[in-house]
Design a protein around this ligand. Sequence first.
Ligand code: C2O
Ligand code: CU
Ligand code: CU
Length: 453
Amino acid sequence: RSDTATDYYEITQRAADVEYLPGLRTPSWTYNGSFPGPTLITRSGRRAVVTHRNELPRPVVVHLHGGHMPADSDGYPGDTILPGDGSSVSHDMSVPGNPVVGSRDYVYPGKQRAATLWYHDHSMGFTGATVYRGLAGFHLVRDDEDDALPLPKGDRDIPLMITDRSFAADGQFAYPSLAPNLTVPGVTDDHLNGVLGDVVLVNGAPWPALPVDRQRYRFRILNASNCRRYGLRLDPPPPDGDPTFTQIGSDGGLLSRPLTHESIDVAPAERFDVVLDFARYAPGTRVRLVNTLATDRTGEVMCFDVSDRTPQDTTAIPDELSSVEYLDPRQAVRTREFLFQSQNGDPGWSINGEPYTPGTVLAHSRLGDLELWRFTSDVHHPVHVHLNHFQVTRRSNGGPGPYDAGWKDTVDLLPAQAMEVAIRFTDYPGRFVFHCHNLEHEDMGMMADFTTI
Ligand code: C2O
Ligand code: CU
Ligand code: CU
């Protein structure tokens, strides 16, 4: 449904059996009965209203990851949708927020450029469990600038959601506990580092094979795994010896110019928008997308079966993709330091020594001010900030890394590293969160509030 300025979407969150592995039904929590949830496509400059109805037996929160929207539609942990059937679960009154019963309208003003976003659950303390059970979907924002480029379009513009899951013999998800929280009996130290699966799913299917013609394709790669990082490579690499991937976009949309990579490291929640040209392969080649950071059976992600069709390819990758404003760190008005580490002497995770308490604000930022945020780590932490995209200015081992280009909302903070990003919040005053996107770290306290005025 649409009117002159607004497009309307409806999503029902409900339990459903989903077939991930052939012949096995897996009880899941879903958006509209499928995994991934329906791909929402909205237009920059138009308002989108997404009505989420909660038919699950627990409170939910929806967050549009990478979205630029007012605080009351951002999915703050206290802004829950309680089950509509009036079932037992009540709101934890110690968490500030505005709980509603049954359904909530999320309003996205559309004041942002084309980008690959995704929506997922953000329940406080349970995000790992709910996302693992299926609450994730793509939300693509399109605009005239991106549409006008001669990049592959239509059925050659394909979002790829990569997740890892473990299944019990009867098909049930083998997630260790609803609350991966160390006070819950039966949950061991193993989960402190996050929950890994041993089956890689791409758009919900294990090791899928995609038939491709000998032409260019655009893939919007999203790592929606709870904590697994992937090192993506093609095997065999293109026989011409030139770099494999041409990256055209990152979390926040198009790069200014294309960038090439032999392999791409993708931390949880990061997006890489890449073009692959299968005309570089001989007809009949099976090209495997492999994971060089594999453990167990997670070395194979998917494969592409190159057909003998070579349609005339009218696409191109322009040298100039977009004009991207450069955030100059020398113009910053303040610097903030955030330490991401396990909580001293206590199992769990924290930012600046504070395990997450809603309402405890670690940064009060002024809208329009350019700030530098420095993140320091003990182990790997994919750090994510809500509300605005940012730019990586440096890492302790030098400048921005090879996967830091463009507008980012999630960065792969490496072990024992410090990095700095330039960020400027705009438009919406209110309360938001930033956190580690290793979802078990997030659930175990590695999150904090910031406010904008
Ligand atoms: Cu993708 Cu606050 O999360
Ligand atoms: Cu987010
Ligand atoms: Cu972490």
